[in-house]
Design a protein around this ligand. Structure first.
Ligand SMILES: [Cu+2]
Length: 464
């Protein structure tokens, strides 16, 4: 009988899978449909049954949406699911009405109904889209896909691959998606960690390459809760962008890159291993053992000799915050979870003990409140600089995501960090970010371990 363990330890590198091609959208004035629907796909290894998922156009990841920087993205979400849904365009500095947060920026789209998304993509980079109604269920069922915004002058590479990393929790016998989404143990610990890890929907993604080619890898962590510790083997690489936003200078990737849920990283890598060998994007597994996240079997060699380090990507408009002078101070204290010290918190205006909260599916709190509040965390004036201290009192890491605006990390005595939209805050750590409240609207700020968000880790800011 197959065991949960059987899904793990998947290190096999199977040859022969083609890569995705480059898709440039045709300029069109009628929105293209993006249909959210059920589908059956083969996720688990051969011998296991197919898995019933929810996917955009019946795929997980959904189709890559690709536009040139400054172009409009137009998609008609058609809901063929049995429950309401909406789409969030993660990392896009977007018009608030298009942000897709059901209950905050729009009503969820009922089954059989449609909603037209139409917005400008102002920044080049690697973004993604995903369901934002009952996210901890809907994203886990497969509702996500890449959103790629091309630079007018992209860097010179021989090949580009978008790699969507996902983590599925499947029933080890039926390969059906485990539907215990509200399981208290997972909600109160690290979140919904799966037992089948995939890249672009394959547990064994393999991309044949020639030696010495230069590739741009666009990594997207679409999982509910898994943090991917990644390394290169047989590849020499540089990080050129994080969360879509270019770094001022490419950074050699020699150590481990931690990619938290919802984070992205753009890498430029040169294939350095010999023909006949296999290079890998390596994942450090739960057992600290390296596993192949993506295999790159080297089938030949180009005439090209190793090249100089890549140049920085062209910067996006908007430098973000540079100085905290006159910044409005905000503080967010995260508490709760298993082994935490949260004795009580507010729910529905009432102070409840941890056990009572747990009985209502609430395990976490932001500033002592275990739910999305009526009032925002802060009422900000358009253009106001903000200094936000994030205090993690829990014993778990949290990937904090701000909608609609990008922040920079502020560290005493160091230059400001790169522009990001999702920050991994380790257990019992305090981090500070700064941003300019330059986008009007109501913007969610939440943990992207999606079951944490659902069980208390969600707030929002208003910019007017
Ligand atoms: Cu969290």
């Amino acid at each position: 009988m197959p065991t949960r363990r059987a899904f793990l330890g998947q290190t096999a590198a199977v040859l022969g899978l083609a890569a995705s091609g480059r898709q440039v959208s045709a300029a069109s004035h009628t929105p293209v449909n993006l249909t959210a629907r059920e589908a059956s796909v083969q996720l688990a290894p051969g011998g296991y049954p197919a898995t019933s998922i929810w996917g955009y156009e019946g795929r997980a990841p959904g189709p890559a949406i690709r536009v040139l920087q400054g172009e409009r993205v137009r998609r008609r979400l058609v809901n063929d699911l049995p429950e309401p849904t909406s789409v969030h365009w993660h990392g896009i500095r977007i018009d608030n009405a298009m942000d897709g947060v059901s209950g905050l920026t729009q009503e969820a789209v009922a089954p059989g109904q449609a909603f037209d998304y139409d917005f400008v993509a102002p920044d080049a980079g690697t973004y993604w889209y995903h369901a934002h109604n009952r996210s901890w269920v809907q994203v886990a069922r497969g509702l996500h896909g890449p959103l790629i915004v091309d630079e007018a002058e992209p860097p010179e590479v021989d090949r580009e691959e978008t790699l969507v990393l996902d983590d599925w929790l499947l029933d080890p016998e039926t390969a059906l998606i485990d539907d215990s989404f509200d399981q208290p143990m997972r909600m109160s610990h690290g979140g919904r960690i799966g037992n089948l890890i995939t890249t672009n929907g394959r547990f064994d993604l393999s991309i044949p390459v020639a030696r010495h080619i230069r590739m741009r890898l666009r990594l997207i962590n679409a999982s509910n809760a898994r943090i991917f510790p990644l390394q290169l083997a047989g590849l020499q690489g540089w990080t050129v962008a994080l969360d879509g936003m270019p770094l001022a200078q490419p950074e050699p990737l020699e150590d481990v890159l931690f990619l938290a849920p919802a984070q992205r990283a753009d890498l430029i890598v040169d294939v350095t291993t010999e023909a006949g060998e296999t290079a890998h994007l390596v994942r450090i597994g739960d057992d600290d053992q390296p596993a192949s996240q993506v295999a790159f079997p080297v089938t030949g060699s180009t005439a090209q000799t190793p090249r100089a380090a890549p140049m920085a990507l062209p910067p996006n408009p908007g430098a973000g915050i540079r100085s905290l002078a006159d910044a409005r101070p905000l503080r967010l204290v995260m508490s709760g979870g298993a082994m935490g010290r949260m004795d009580s918190a507010f729910l529905g205006g009432e102070r409840l003990g941890f056990r009572e909260l747990a009985a209502r599916g609430r395990f976490w709190a932001f500033n002592d409140i275990a739910e999305m509040t009526q009032a925002p965390l802060a009422d900000l004036s358009l253009g106001e600089p903000v200094r936000l201290e994030i205090v993690n009192e829990t014993v778990f890491p949290h990937a904090m995501h701000l909608h609609g605006m990008h922040f920079r990390e502020i560290r005493e005595g160091s230059p400001v960090g790169p522009m990001r939209d999702t920050l991994l805050v380790a257990a019992q750590e305090t981090r500070t970010v700064g941003f300019i409240a330059d986008n009007p609207g109501d913007w969610l700020f939440h943990c992207h371990m999606l079951s944490h968000a659902e069980s208390g880790m969600m707030t929002w800011v208003r910019v007017t």
